[in-house]
Design a binder for this molecule. Structure first.
Ligand code: E4P
Length: 214
């Protein structure tokens, strides 16, 4: 499973990229607003740091405007993926962009049938928001699981990005569900390395090594 970082914080992206396990970056308007910087400036810096797909989100609601935004974003760099919301106008835009060879990530997705529509329009990626579904008493990961079955049944090449993850167990569930990608915060990505028995084990080995005659 590919691991993406979900942030617009360039320091976090630079650090995670240095770990050698990062396969992509997803941003959204909330992440960009937290930086307090101009979007174009932030996007250019991210695209300079990493060499992998970088999702940049459109912020208009009518197909012609979304297409125009998408074309402009795509011009910035070959790694740009245009993030488009799952609404009718959004999917109309995805269809046009995909015919032009522009990669898209269909976002704010909450059902497997929405995911089917996105795949039919040629979306490169689909992003079900599992944590937001969990938060209202649903089993968010079911959307990823059911989407995978539908995509496998009909041979769609759209890749599933499990998004809005809240803890490492979501990452585990995504991998067990066969999701192509999981996108997560810097903190969750970092937590994937941690296990208390690893720390205890290393500590013990180093203490024993100190007693070895040299
Ligand atoms: C994914 O691409 C989204 O940016 C992200 O996961 C949104 O989810 P959240 O704001 O609920 O964390």
């Amino acid at each position: 499973m590919k691991l993406f970082i979900d942030t617009a914080d360039v320091a976090q992206i630079r650090e995670a990229w240095s770990w050698g396990i990062l396969d992509g970056v997803t941003t959204n308007p909330t992440h960009v607003s937290k930086t307090g910087r101009k979007p174009g400036e932030v996007y250019r810096e991210i695209l300079d740091i990493v060499d992998c797909p970088v999702s940049l989100e459109t912020v208009t609601l009518h197909a012609p405007e979304i297409v125009a935004e998408g074309r402009e974003l795509a011009k910035m760099h070959r790694n740009v993926v245009v993030k488009v919301p799952l609404i009718k106008e959004g999917l109309k835009a995805v269809k046009v962009l995909s015919v032009e060879g522009i990669k898209t990530n269909v976002t704010v997705t909450f059902s497997p049938l929405q995911a089917l529509l996105a795949a039919k329009c040629g979306a490169t990626y689909i992003s079900p928001f599992v944590g937001r579904l969990d938060a209202i008493g649903h089993f968010g990961m079911d959307v990823a699981r059911q989407t995978k079955v539908i995509y496998d049944n009909y041979g769609f090449s759209t890749e599933i990005i499990v998004a809005a993850v809240r803890h490492p167990t979501h990452v585990l569930e995504a991998a067990l569900a066969g999701a192509d990608i999981c996108t997560m915060s810097f903190d969750i990505l970092s937590q994937l390395y941690d296990h208390p028995l690893t720390d205890i084990g290393i500590d013990l080995f180093l203490k024993d090594w100190a007693r070895v005659p040299k």
